[in-house]
Write a protein that binds this ligand. Sequence first.
Ligand code: CIR
Length: 246
Amino acid sequence: MPDSFAHALVATADRPAIDVAVARRQHDVYRRHLHDAGVTVHLLPPDPAFPDCPFVEDAAVVLAGRALLARPGAESRRGEVDAVAAALADRVDVASRLAEPATLDGGDVLDVGSTLYVGRSARTNDAGITALRDFAAPAGYDVVPVDFTGALHLKSVVNRLDHTAVVIAAGHVAGEPFAGLRTVPAVPGEVGAANVLALGEGRVLVSDAAPDTAERIAAAGFVALPVDIGEFAKADGGLTCLSLRW
Ligand code: CIR
């Protein structure tokens, strides 16, 4: 994590100062959880030129061994993609890369089973959604655009618990795109409560700032593992943003 992470993008004008040393420790614990879940973790080197580089999820969408390189909606983040592309090239088939005018942040793309829900947001535009469909449809995915408000990314407000269930924060998503799934409502007021990271076998990382939502997730039959990601939350980030998984 670069020292410049202290200057990561944030939507609100007066956010609390980020303590980068604490963020590094939180990232260590996060990676340990992934490792303990049997995941092989590849750590990318920090790039001080890109304060938001810890949020690697936004730079690509990886599905079934194939990658689509994104074009982040925030101009200051576009240069993050090259390093992620290089790391992915050794490991998956990099199928294509978004081009202007398309924009898409990986944080807007939620896969549940063979459905890809994609948030139409300030970061992801219709051309980005079309490019995602071109990438994913041949692999058998249905791409479902979702309109939402009051959050940076779709995955700020809804995430998978497993291939049949999601946790969702009330009042953000238009319509009922998740009606066919089992839904666990996040507890209103708990920051980042719906940005959970499913690790498989029923184990789910949940922000420790959302203990009541964690209880609901446990009551729904999952093992909720609390993680402190407070420094990343100060930069509008959460559990999913910090890794690309496949
Ligand atoms: C940004 O504004 O782009 C970063 N500060 C936060 C990105 C969080 N990423 C994510 O939710 N996937």
